[in-house]
Design a protein around this ligand. Structure first.
Ligand code: SAH
Ligand code: TYD
Ligand code: ZN
Length: 414
């Protein structure tokens, strides 16, 4: 991670047109969900992964854009319903929406990035009119098989206008872990403008920059996460596109996320929680380029500690397996140079990843059964955001003397 460049790369901000100064460079990275068949390895494509911060609106964004059709398509393997924690999280929030924003005659909810229907399932079961929009056909068809209405498409201005023409205005436009994936936010907000009812709300949740920096979650940076949102940068973006950020709620999922509520100007009062988070961000100096220098230093420290630990264990004859073939792990394995020599395979519950090779590192992905056959000495937990669920499921691994290796917020063994 080289921060000593005298002439940092500058690009125009995707939101406000201001100047984005590059502040973190992870070098060559593969598609983070590009799980490979062995015969695909020679054709694997790599991109430079680097993020910068806008000196005007503070939006943290990638300096290069990976074409969307290479990431999100029929073969996209990620399935949101793979975690019981996330199923509960969305069920709980769907119930809240049903009791509040969706309580009334013929309400209509549109979800951007519904994936396999993890959130819409409860909305559908409650009999509320809904539509999921997601370009990843394989995931969206799982939702469809459960009776959920979906449109296999990218959400943007034109898609939203055609949904509005066919179905009328939406009372709620909801999205989770998707808006940060979309570089063309002008078109997304244009679509929200076309589709949202005058008093409606656009609610979206995404990983939070404040937690990413405070706990050195550097592996949240990968191709799909084009933006790393802060409350201030989302406030500025909403205003830029003619909307108002009226609420921000901090939540623990994915290591720390924020649920933003956006409305047309003057429709809702800004909440106390929003104002408190904005104040906290000023104290943290989240919008400053200098904050990233400390972050980069800590990332390098984690890489050095993790590589040292893995090599020591390996030289001592210990067997180490990976757990959770996450998108995040592509950043870790590539940045740290971890390959199948150190970690012979990664266990994961996702059928579309099993039997494939992890992108970049080409570490094979196997089923969780392969974890028990026999247990390794150490397991490197790439899915650290599901630590409680996975450690409970694999309790006997620790009872048998096995140890978990975690690398955030620092390298430690449990
Ligand atoms: N909402 C789920 C899934 C998040 S994964 C959850 O929170 O777990 C991100 C999803 O966004 C993928 O299914 C991807 O296909 C979808 N996506 C990416 N770009 C999109 C766009 N422009 N419009 C709608 N969905 C998009
Ligand atoms: P996740 O952290 O949700 O996402 P990302 O890809 O954005 O980093 O991915 C969790 C991965 O871990 C997913 O591939 C499924 C896997 N997993 C298991 O193998 N076992 C489990 O018990 C859980 C909860 C997840
Ligand atoms: Zn900007």
């Amino acid at each position: 991670m080289d921060l000593s460049k005298t002439l940092p790369t500058m690009v125009p901000c995707r939101i406000c047109g201001g100047t984005v100064y590059e502040c973190l460079d992870f070098g060559r990275q593969p598609l983070s969900n590009g799980f490979l068949k062995p015969e695909d390895v020679p054709h694997e494509r790599y991109y430079r992964l680097a993020v910068g911060i806008c000196t005007s609106c503070t939006m943290v964004q990638q300096v290069h854009e990976v074409p969307r059709q290479l990431m999100f398509h029929d073969g996209y393997v990620y399935r949101a319903s793979g975690s019981s924690l996330m199923r509960k999280h969305f069920e709980h929030y769907a119930e809240h929406l049903l009791a509040t924003e969706l309580n009334g005659e013929d309400k209509f909810l549109v979800e951007i990035g519904c994936n396999d229907g993890v959130m819409l399932r409860a909305i559908h079961e409650a009999g509320v009119r809904h539509l999921g929009v997601d370009p990843s056909g394989g995931a969206a068809r799982v939702a469809e098989e459960n009776g959920i209405r979906v449109r296999i498409d990218f959400f943007e201005r034109a898609t939203a206008a055609s949904v509005r023409a066919a179905e009328g205005p939406a009372d709620v436009i909801f999205s989770a872990n998707t808006i940060s994936h979309i570089p063309y936010l002008d078109s997304v907000f244009g679509g929200v403008d076309a589709l949202l009812a005058p008093e409606g709300v656009f609610i979206f949740e995404d990983r939070y920059l404040g937690d990413i920096i405070a706990r050195t979650y550097f592996d949240q940076i990968y191709d799909e996460h084009f933006y790393l949102f802060s409350v201030e940068s989302v406030r500025a973006a909403a205003e830029q596109y003619g909307f108002q950020l009226v609420d921000a709620e901090h939540m623990p999922v994915h290591g720390g996320s924020i649920r933003y509520t956006v409305a047309r100007p003057g429709v809702r009062e800004p909440s106390a929680s929003l104002l408190a988070l904005l104040e906290q961000e000023r104290e943290m100096q989240l919008g400053r380029h200098e904050t990233f220098a400390g972050f980069a230093g800590r990332i390098n420290g984690i890489r050095d500690d993790l590589v040292r630990l893995l090599k020591e264990l390996h030289n001592d004859g210990k067997r180490i397996l990976g757990y959770g073939a996450t998108s995040k792990s592509a950043t870790v394995t590539m940045f740290c140079g971890i390959d199948s020599g150190l970690v012979p395979y990664i266990c994961d519950t996702t059928p579309g990843k099993q039997g494939r090779l992890a992108p970049g590192s080409h570490i094979p992905v196997r089923t969780p059964d392969a974890f028990r056959d026999p247990y390794p000495d150490y397991a490197l937990l790439f899915a650290w955001n599901h630590a409680d669920e996975i450690m409970a499921k694999e309790r006997t691994f620790r009872e048998a003397g096995g140890r978990w290796i975690l690398y955030v917020p620092d390298v430690h063994v449990i």
